[in-house]
Ligand binder design. Structure first.
Ligand SMILES: N[C@@H](CCC(=O)N[C@@H](CS)C(=O)NCC(=O)O)C(=O)O
Length: 240
């Protein structure tokens, strides 16, 4: 199941017993959870939500009215970091580092990543000039550049932190197109550039990534305060 984006007058699709994700196709936060679903190949159904005209039943699932939400039997989890932790932990094999110190450091990098997303949004919504915003965004990535020692943050296989970061790294291409400047440069962030290539080679990333032009369909509507075409090309979405 991969529904069109349901609105106020639509009913909630009947439960089938499968794990369900409430999502919006262009949502970077939902993409974090969707990446893990695909990486672990967890059978799931997707209920897409029109976030401009939300169904009441959706607000009952998450009072904040935001995607993603994971629902399994009577369990409801919202907030992308909690959804991802649930999927990372409850379905083999765990994506949470077993070593205590690494686990805590990754938690720190996950929590601190909102500083990166804040700077990304400042540039996207033109709240800051690129002469100030681009160096600030690059600087916010430097602790991640210093941390990565292998193909991925946890070693030779991706872990929770990699999936937490990826949706925004994917969207840097939108900034690069609109501002005409690379976010990650070889002289400042060479290890993260290699990491990005390793992430791009993952099946789950290939499966659900969107090109900058597709992201722009949604983002340019948001920037102009227009109704986004949420269902654009939905018939070509992969379903597991
Ligand atoms: N802190 C939340 C943020 C989720 C979020 O902001 N999702 C957006 C879509 S990308 C949303 O649902 N916004 C609600 C709205 O547009 O009213 C998380 O990490 O899950």
């Amino acid at each position: 199941m991969n529904t069109k984006h349901l609105s106020e007058n639509d009913t909630c699709p009947e439960k089938t017993g499968k794990l369900r994700i409430y999502s919006m196709r262009f949502c970077p936060f939902a993409q974090r959870a969707r990446l893990i679903l695909w990486h672990k190949r967890i059978q799931h159904e997707t209920v897409n939500i029109n976030l401009t005209n939300k169904p009441k039943w959706f607000l009952q699932l998450n009072p904040n009215g935001a995607t993603p939400i994971i629902e399994k039997d009577n369990i409801i989890i919202y907030e992308s970091s909690a959804c991802c932790e649930y999927l990372a932990e409850m379905y083999a094999k765990s994506l949470i580092p077993s070593d205590g110190l690494t686990r805590v450091r990754h938690r720190m990098f996950i929590d601190a990543f909102s500083s990166v997303t804040g700077k990304y949004h400042d540039l996207l919504f033109s709240r800051v000039d690129k002469s100030v915003g681009m160096p600030a965004l690059r600087n916010s990535l430097k602790p991640y550049e210093a941390e990565i020692k292998d193909k991925f943050f946890g070693g030779s296989e991706p872990v929770l932190l990699d999936f937490h970061m990826w949706p925004f790294i994917e969207r840097f291409a939108v900034l690069e197109k609109t501002l005409g400047e690379k976010v990650m440069t070889e002289d400042e962030l060479p290890k993260l550039i290699k990491w990005r290539k390793n992430m791009e080679d993952l099946d789950c990333v290939k499966k659900i990534r969107k090109e900058p032009e597709e992201h722009m369909i949604y983002l340019s509507a948001r920037l102009k305060n227009e109704l986004p075409d949420y269902d654009h090309d939905i018939e070509n979405d992969p379903v597991l």
